[in-house]
Design a protein around this ligand. Sequence first.
Ligand SMILES: *Cc1c(COP(=O)(O)O)cnc(C)c1O
Length: 390
Amino acid sequence: MEFLLPVYRQPDFTLVRGEGDRVWDDAGRSYLDFTAGIAVNALGYGAPELRRSVEEALEAGLIHTSNLYRTVPAAELARLLVERSFPGQVFFCNSGAEANEAAFKFARRWAGAAHPGRRTGIVAFRGSFHGRLFGSLAATDRPAYREPFEPLMPGVTFAEVGDPDGVAEILGRGEACAVIIEPVQGEGGIRPVGDDFLKALRALCDEHDALLIFDEVQCGLGRTGEAFAWQLAGVVPDMMALAKPLAGGFPMGAVVVSPGVAETVQPGDHATTFGGGPLVARVARTVVEKVTDPAFLARVREKGSRMGARLAALVSAHPGARRARGRGLMWGLELDGPAAPVVDAARRRGLLLVSAGAQVIRFVPPLTVSPEALEEAMDILDASLSHAGY
Ligand SMILES: *Cc1c(COP(=O)(O)O)cnc(C)c1O
């Protein structure tokens, strides 16, 4: 422990095992896990189909080959992602931040081809989170994350979610090549962006010849009860960033790039040593097939509406609980005060939760969560809210 750089504040136990919806610590205590590795472990812990995919990949003997050579798993995964989303091509990388930074580079590449030497700016939104690297952090609306590390990537302008006129004004300056938004803001407090606003952004980007990038790193791949959150609004982006659940817990990110952008990208424009390796890509194919299956998504929606109903009841019962927001199995409970005491109280009662901003408790269980575990978690939450004085 004392050898880990202290960038994380970790509670006082060590996890050693997981199965289904639960993890166990080294003292044998079990916890119902509604963090799921921060919306990563969509199929829960110890999923047999993931184990089989890992074994299959290992049998071929190729964990990694680099992108100097083609492999079957990367080709198959790229094709599957395009089939399940929109026409285009796929770039693989290793995290959400990397996926967004790749999208920014492709946007500038495209803009350089369409408008030589000019448009380099990015429009992002209040409440956004796009990652912790210098480009993705520049597009992240969190002063505490940003300020100690400035200067960041220049050229990012923030607009308000729900204010199309503000976006129009910024795009009208002719300096931005892309608009990036999370269709459901995650770290910013689990805030679904209205369908009408996403439609307005699509129209504004078309009008001003800018690209629309959807960051579906957290809300994508089944989390909202749709394969991708934008499908609820019927608005197709020019690029889509994916990561968190993509490879079942192995680090992987991806950008799906529409043909008009893809055709401006040349060999050598961008690269990564590890991205899309045969082991992670094989596992990701299993995840993507499962979490985009219509029957699976129908169960996510059912369990999600039950969770929404239970959270709404808790808002009525607890004066300090302000409102519940979410879609599918991605929910936030906004409180009058800090979320941390509730998170601590829940952990002592055997439920792992994570906040999204200071006053919002976030619920992102495995998409395979059992209905019984869901009820149990809501019961523990009820008791923890009372314990923390809400
Ligand atoms: C977590 C997250 C990221 C960053 O992903 P990393 O893998 O931590 O780099 C980017 N965008 C969104 C919406 C996220 O939730």
